[in-house]
Design a protein around this ligand. Structure first.
Ligand code: SF4
Length: 273
């Protein structure tokens, strides 16, 4: 991973140490250690991946390159500062922008389950829930052509529900895709806020969770056969899944991936949403 162009070993040794520090810090960042499903994950097309995460199943790999995630986190901080500097007041005196505020999408005290997350931006003047996505340029073109896909769309409306739960009246959701590129490329996908999209995402999550605590799961001791009946999806982003283990024949150890899984489009963006 580390590269130098010096003529002795010192530069190379220092590069290795800095790279190790970066990887260690990234892997121990709060987002990386997050155990609960966040709004960005609820709409993941792969039920098996969601199930692994819900059960806090041991991951099959810890070798994921954190570079894109680090850059994305920095971009989110930059946008947070940009809107904080532009803060103005609404006619009623409240701040126009809610920047990176934590919202509760769903909270079930009896089941002790919750979906909470940090909403990138809510603009009270327009009632718009904003989400930033720093993506590769080929992904940007694909989002421009095909839209955000079910996972990001669900996420956008879940944050809308979170803002509604916080007493706001969201009217629109918007995802702003910015290209990770040397020239500025921006694409915005937007549609009216629809609580039903969020509720459908939560209903699907509830169904997945119910399967995990059903008596037959414990009776099977979550063995390979049990895991094999949990569906995956051709939209699964296997290359970026912590449970991806190419060629695995034992789903308790790792998943070989969905055979038709498309080439990765989202990369580590899913970690920084
Ligand atoms: S490797 Fe792919 S199919 Fe398997 S759990 Fe992960 S995302 Fe799903």
């Amino acid at each position: 991973m580390a590269k130098t162009s010096g003529n002795d070993d010192t530069g190379e040794m220092l590069a290795e140490r800095i790279a190790a520090l970066i990887v260690d810090t990234a892997h121990n960042a709060p987002r990386s250690l997050q155990k609960r499903l966040g709004p960005s994950e609820v709409g993941d097309p792969c039920e098996r991946r969601l199930s692994y995460k819900e059960l806090d199943w041991p991951q099959a790999r810890d070798d994921q390159d954190p570079a894109a995630s680090i850059i994305g986190t920095g971009f989110h901080t930059w946008m947070e500062e940009a809107f904080t500097r532009r803060q103005t007041a609404m006619p009623d005196g409240r701040p126009r922008y809610k920047v990176e505020e934590r919202v509760t999408v769903y909270d079930h005290p009896v089941e002790a389950t919750a979906v909470v997350g940090s909403s990138d931006l809510y603009d009270r003047a327009t009632g718009t829930v904003w989400d930033w996505k720093l993506v590769g340029v080929s992904s940007l073109d694909e989002y421009r052509r095909k839209g955000p896909g079910p996972q990001y769309r669900t996420q956008a409306h879940l944050y809308g529900l979170g803002q509604e739960n916080a007493g706001e009246t969201p009217r629109r959701v918007a995802i702003c895709f910015v290209g990770r590129y040397h020239e500025l490329r921006v694409h915005v996908w937007t549609e009216p806020y629809n609580r039903q999209v969020a509720e459908e995402g939560l209903a699907r999550l509830a169904r997945i969770r119910a399967r995990l605590v059903a008596p037959d799961a414990a009776a099977a001791n979550y063995d390979h056969a049990w895991w094999s009946q949990i569906p995956t999806s051709e939209l699964a982003k296997c290359r970026f899944c912590p449970w991806f283990k190419p060629g695995s024949e034992d789903l308790t150890v790792g998943c070989p991936g969905h055979p038709q899984s498309a080439a990765p489009r989202h990369g580590f963006e899913s970690l920084i949403a």
